[in-house]
Structure formats: C-alpha cells, structure tokens
Design a protein. Structure first.
Length: 212
C-alpha cells in the first residue's frame, strides 16, 4: 500500500516537471510571427491622364467631342429658330395650322433629344474603345511592379479613404508605361484621328451635282 502511494506521488512529480518544462520552452521559444504583407495602391485614372498614349487618345477624343458638340449646337439653333417663329405666328394661325405646326415642333424636339442621347452613347463607346487597350497594358505593368517590389496586394486609389503616399506606385507605372509603349502612343493617336475624321465625313452631306 505504501509502495502504491509512493508511485502515485512520483507520477505527480513527473507530470508537474513536464508541465513546467513545456511552459519554460514556450517562454524561451515563442511561435514565429506571421510575415507582414506589403500593400500598395495605384491611381489608374491619373496614370491614364499622364502617360503619353493616354494624352494622345484624350486629345483625339476631345477633337471628336468638339465636332459632335458643334453638330448638336447647329441642330439646337435650327430648332430654336423654328420655335421662335412659331411663337410669333401662332396668334394669327388658324387652329388647324397651329396644331399642325406644334406637332411638327414636338417631333423635331424629340429628334433633337434622340440625337443628343445618341451622341452621348457614341462618345462613351469611343472612349471605352480608345482606353480599353491602355488599361489592359497598365494592369500587366502593375503586376510586374508588385512582383518586383514584393507587394502582395494592390488597391485602386478610388477605394481608399487614406494611405501614406509612400505606398503609391502610380508614378512608377507612368514611367514604365512610357518607356515600354512609346510606339503605341503614336499609333493610338493616329488610329483615333482616322476614326474621328471618318465619323465627321459620314455626317457631311454629299455635294449636289449641278444640272447641265
């Protein structure tokens, strides 16, 4: 009986010693800290405005917009003249003539509104076409910059509330893009100019042939 009691005490002492050793080991050798992830951010819209290819595309789109705006202003001016003439003559028109003229004005007003909506749609589509390839190439470069600098996450600037400027890789993106895509800037500008000229030519009425 005495031997059994001694064995129990010895077992308890061994367990206590083992636990103390485990605590001591944990204190001396803490678990390795998790590696910190490096984060950066990029302003793609600013990069688009600053790279040479983006500037060329924007300038060509601006010329196209100005052409379309002039067409819209001309049509609006014609409509305003018709409406002004109707308002002056309405008091002396017959009821039937006044209704007929008013219906015509409403139709022309609807055509003007439709023309405006179509212009907005066309210009938006042209902007997407002109910048789609540029954004695709920027995404490739952003990944290259991130890999080179050990960045594991790149966030768009529009999604940020605050971040230190040292995390901004936009300037590096602009520098690398201009260095790699010099030829693309010229090609994009020429392509956009051709499309702008072609669109303007479609809107010009063909000259009338004079009768002999």
């Amino acid at each position: 009986m005495r031997t059994y009691t001694l064995l129990k005490k010895l077992a308890a002492l061994l367990l206590a010693a083992g636990a103390a050793g485990a605590v001591g080991a944990a204190g001396l050798y803490p678990a390795p800290a998790r590696a910190e992830q490096k984060i950066a951010y990029v302003d793609l819209q600013r990069a688009l405005n600053e790279i040479d290819e983006g500037k060329g595309a924007k300038a060509a789109l601006k010329r196209e917009f100005d052409q379309k705006q002039k067409m819209l202003d001309d049509k609006k001016g014609e409509f305003e003249k018709l409406r002004g003439a109707f308002e002056k003559q309405a008091v002396v028109m017959s009821e039937e003539a006044r209704k007929e003229k008013q219906t015509e004005l409403e139709r022309k007003g609807g055509e003007l509104q439709g023309f405006f909506v179509q212009l907005q749609k066309d210009l938006s589509e042209r902007e997407r076409e002109a910048t789609r390839g540029i954004f695709d190439r920027m995404h490739v470069l952003v990944r290259e910059i991130a890999d080179a600098e050990g960045v594991s996450l790149v966030v768009q600037a529009e999604a940020l509330v605050y971040a230190t400027p040292s995390l901004d890789i936009t300037n590096e993106l602009v520098r690398k893009y201009n260095a790699r895509h010099k030829a693309g800037a010229t090609a994009t500008a020429k392509k956009t100019d051709k499309q702008t000229d072609a669109g303007a030519a479609e809107k010009k009425p063909s000259p009338k042939k004079e009768g002999k």
